[in-house]
Write a protein of this length. Structure first.
Length: 144
């Protein structure tokens, strides 16, 4: 596999995310728990933004230039040795971890986990909802 979820449908990516979560020792949670975990990630994103904590991809790429090339060829297969894995972890924690973008990514991954766990055809539901929204009035008839 190259990049995570590259060449996968959104539904396949959700199933893959769920399998990864299970492989990491987590279990199939109930829907209310999974939904609250999404809310938690979004709350963390708000706090990161309030503290002006945003990912610095330029600095990340400068500090770990090997990853830029590696990412293009092998992304998500896992870094090939312990030294690279440790360098990635340290660089990620300095430049990406707990930032607004990192927490938004966590929220997406939590939603993907939920969809994969419960077999939700999210592609179909997104398309159906987008089509319905086209039929709605300006601001959906609300003030904001």
């Amino acid at each position: 596999m190259s990049k995570p979820f590259e060449n996968l449908s959104l539904n396949e990516a959700c199933r893959e995310q769920y399998e990864l979560v299970l492989a990491k020792g987590f279990e199939k949670e109930n829907i209310p728990t999974l939904m609250m975990l999404v809310v938690t990630e979004l709350s963390e994103a708000v706090e990161a933004d309030r503290k002006n904590r945003h990912a610095d991809l330029s600095k990340f790429n400068m500090e770990f230039p090997l990853y830029v090339q590696y990412e293009k060829e092998n992304y998500f297969n896992g870094l090939p040795n312990a030294e690279l894995r440790e360098a990635y972890r340290e660089t990620f924690e300095r430049n990406i971890k707990d930032t607004f973008e990192d927490e938004i990514a966590d929220a997406f991954l939590r939603l993907m986990h939920l969809c994969g766990a419960y077999g939700i055809d999210i592609e179909k539901h997104i398309c159906m909802k987008a089509e319905y929204n086209k039929l709605r009035p300006s601001k959906h008839g609300k003030a904001y």
